[in-house]
Design a protein around this ligand. Structure first.
Ligand code: HEM
Length: 153
């Protein structure tokens, strides 16, 4: 009886190991070709690093658009942007801020302002050496928000 119990547990342990090994082997590599954009960008920490650089080193220093952010809570904006990008790229986050129409209502954002902001984002993505394909995919996720954000001619 004792021996039977031992051999059953050995068998269970061996099959658990085999299943684990198989599941692990069939997962795409974190940054590999089949991975989500979120994983290819390097996950939440990498996204947050891009967002902080974008807001503090690009937008804040961009005289074309920085006046818009004069009274903005920057830490809150950065946290919201990081969650939004994380969620939009297939990551495990949930953006809980205002929708884009409400958040930008009454600001009078023009198309040129939107373009300036996307140029700033591209500068941060270049700074972190994000490849062209991932840059295009990310900008492709944000571009459809244009009409909710740009409200002035
Ligand atoms: C794809 C482009 C954009 C995205 C994804 C985006 C995203 C966001 C997000 C997530 C927030 C935070 C909203 C909240 O927490 O309630 C926000 C706020 C804000 N956005 Fe944008 N935004 C974009 C374009 C722009 C542009 C072009 C401008 C102006 C040049 C702008 C100006 C602002 C300002 C000033 C705030 C802060 C509002 C406040 O202080 O209450 N955004 N944006």
């Amino acid at each position: 009886m004792q021996l039977r119990m031992i051999s059953i547990s050995v068998l269970l342990a061996a099959s658990a190991w085999a299943c684990g090994a198989k599941a692990k082997g069939s997962e795409p590599p974190a940054g590999g070709a089949g991975a989500s954009l979120y994983d290819r960008l390097g996950g939440k920490d990498a996204i947050t690093a891009v967002v902080v650089d974008f807001v503090e080193q690009r937008v804040a220093k961009d005289a074309r658009i920085n006046a818009f952010f004069a009274t903005t809570d920057i830490a809150r904006l950065e946290a919201g942007l990081a969650d939004q990008i994380c969620e939009a790229t297939g990551g495990p986050c949930k953006y809980t801020g205002r929708d884009m129409k409400t958040a930008h209502a009454g600001m009078g954002v023009k198309d040129a302002d939107f373009k300036a902001l996307v140029e700033d984002l591209k500068m941060s993505l270049d700074h972190f050496k994000v490849p062209a394909r991932e840059q295009q995919e990310l900008i492709g996720k944000l571009a459809p928000m244009h009409d909710d954000i740009v409200t002035a001619k």
